[in-house]
Ligand binder design. Sequence first.
Ligand code: ADP
Length: 338
Amino acid sequence: MTFKSAYLKLSLFYTLIIMIVSVGFSLALYKISTDELGRGLNRQTRALREMPIGNNPTPLPWQELENIRLQQQASSAARLRIYLIDFNLLILIGATVTSYFLAKRTLKPIEESMETQKRFTVDASHELRTPLTAMRAEIEVGLRDKNINLQSARKLLQSNLQEIEKLENLSGALLELAKSQTDLVQDFQTLDIEELIIKAYEKVEKLADQKKIQFKNQLRGIEIQGDERSLVQLFVVLLENAIKYSPQKSYIKIVVKKHDKKAIVSITDQGIGIKAVDLPYIFDRFYRADHSRSKIKADGYGLGLSIAKSIANLHSGNIFVKSQYTKGSTFIVALPIK
Ligand code: ADP
């Protein structure tokens, strides 16, 4: 509704500008043309007055010539006025239609980004409410039980603690997402991609050990420009996912290559893979593929990959994915070497 009125206001504004130009141009043209016509007819009348017609040596009377001149001038000016009014009416119709389409085009990206923002707020509030509702229900049940014993009370507190952890993780992820979308370009420094991967690996090492996952790496040092904290975060997201969605005792392979002025990092796992239907959406905020049939149960909010993509884009890079359902996935990050 608000956007409809914005379209109308903007198209009205565009039409007004076009009409000011068109009417201004027409008025100037009218003035110049009528002045020029007046001068021309004046010269003609003067010449006629002095010119003898046929055998009659007396020229036409002055008053008669002047009347003819005025009549001619008035009718030419009237014709010109009609042409210009018709022309401006045509411009008005054309300008109204064009302005509406132009206004729609101008406002479309703003409308889309507001729509995304709205969807994001709804999803985020929903995700925040779920643990809060669970905590509230448990506390209410606990309070209603007048004879609650210490063991039950401890169980309730432990369960609440788990929900609080989820809330902490979610607010942390939301904060990361917000940070990854702010402009960091001014803080860019020269970084070694191998060091970034090692720093990220150190953060997920425990998780990998718990699942007895082994790494086969082919790393090499390539210098890139970027923000260290966010690039480490990008690789943490990808490594954490590779571990989360992989079975025990499997392998993860990290390869760093240089190709076409880009540093290419690929992370391949032997995990559950991603179905072709999910592939186009996995970088969307809050998107999680349905893992209900899989033996691997992984927690998450569907924010990691959208954070990773924002970070890659901020560095003028990109992320791609190749995956075969039930066989494994490869996430490829390409970052420009500057
Ligand atoms: P989260 O892991 O918290 O659900 P992400 O945004 O990191 O959120 O990932 C989105 C979805 O993409 C995941 O829910 C999962 O279905 C899929 N996914 C991401 N990485 C992998 C992977 N390495 N193997 C299989 N599926 C993956």
